[in-house]
Write a protein that binds this ligand. Structure first.
Ligand code: SAH
Length: 341
């Protein structure tokens, strides 16, 4: 009581995954200002965080002076990841989508109150020029840092989402690892993030409890998609303990964008697929009720709390796209605890 809260500046805020992670960590830190340029993401953000000063801005327009006035202690950010991904052509620092991040590196030495940084990015960032520029800027400003490649699977959550994370703090070093390590597990001496006694969960508790028929129809895979892509679909059962990473192209591209679910678990997947393979008649697959995971289910797997919701006017396509760009709240929350405690 009476203790002043750490002030968080949330950059590239999207639908607020970082904000939920800060709430879940419960370490006395609160988002005071968040910025994103995407208006549909910002609508969702404001719908859920009515109290937060959320601005639709290009991050390149933020000056050191303006940031200093907000007196932030912590920066949490997920800069755009396309520059480092294969489909994004790996243009790295040359990519125009890096320019706002490069701008932040220029601003960093002039920030007076920031002593903690947490950033999330895609796998591939760790070997980029951008990563070298970032860690160099951090060091020259007196920050110590640690890097991680982590997936929610290591928190017993049945969803893969392997991502790069960097945490940095000023003045005092971390008590685990070294600067050259890229850790693939949470450090064992850090608070309560390792829960070896907890069993790996199945998908079931993350799924919606009931579906009206017309609701289910919305999510069933079209016969055309089944015929064309059945070989590459990642079909999961309710009892499975894993699922593939849901990306922003989920339901739009079939390959590698996320798992689909056998909705009716009373039918035998093997039998039905064997029948389908024999005569190519897609009707054999119908009883399986193969469907997409709903946005709510993906949000559950990503650790968004029950009170998170989309404004009614956000289209289904946009919901998937925004969730695909977001992050696992539990993983970030654990890292924030390690950083701030
Ligand atoms: N962590 C967020 C998602 C980050 S995805 C979440 O939980 O949803 C990257 C975000 O960066 C996107 O929302 C994109 O709109 C935003 N962005 C990209 N370039 C930007 C810029 N120059 N200024 C502000 N936001 C930008």
């Amino acid at each position: 009581m009476g203790e002043t809260k750490l002030r968080i500046l949330e950059l590239y805020s999207g639908i607020g995954g970082m904000h939920y992670a800060a709430e879940l960590a419960n370490v006395g830190a609160e988002v005071v200002f968040s910025v994103d340029i995407n208006t549909s993401a910002n609508e969702v953000y404001r719908h859920n965080f009515k109290q937060t000063n959320q601005q639709s801005r290009n991050i390149e327009s933020l000056s050191a002076n303006e940031i200093n006035k907000l007196k932030p202690n912590v920066i949490m950010m997920s800069p755009p990841c396309q520059p480092f991904t294969r489909v994004g052509l790996k243009l790295d620092v040359e990519d125009s989508r890096c320019s706002s991040f490069l701008h932040l590196l220029e601003v960093l030495p002039h920030l007076e109150t920031v002593s903690f940084v947490l950033m999330e990015n895609v796998v591939g960032f760790e070997t980029s020029e951008m990563r070298n520029a970032f860690t160099k800027a951090l060091k020259s400003c007196g920050f110590y840092f640690r890097e991680f490649l982590l997936s929610p699977v290591s928190l017993q959550i049945p969803n893969s989402r392997n991502r790069y994370y960097l945490i940095a703090k000023k003045f005092t070093n971390f008590t685990f690892g070294t600067e050259t390590d890229i850790m693939t597990a949470f450090p064992s001496n850090s608070c309560d993030v390792n829960m070896p006694s907890v069993e790996q969960s199945t998908l079931e508790p993350y799924l919606e409890k009931s579906f009206a028929d017309e609701e289910l129809a919305r999510y069933l895979l079209p016969a055309k998609t089944l015929v064309k892509y059945w070989r590459i679909l990642d079909v999961r059962q309710r009892s499975d303990i894993s699922s593939c990473c849901f990306t922003k192209a989920y339901t739009h591209y079939a390959e590698g964008t996320g798992s689909v679910l056998q909705h009716d678990s009373s039918e035998s997947f093997r039998e039905k697929f064997a029948e389908f393979e024999k005569d190519g008649n897609v009707a054999h697959l119908k009883p399986l009720q193969l469907r997409y995971f709903t946005p709510r289910e993906i949000a559950n797997l990503m650790g968004f709390p029950a009170q998170f919701s989309f404004p009614e006017n956000t289209s289904l396509r946009t919901r998937y796209r925004l969730l695909g760009n977001s992050l696992n709240v539990h993983v970030v929350s654990s890292l924030l605890k390690i950083l701030l405690e």
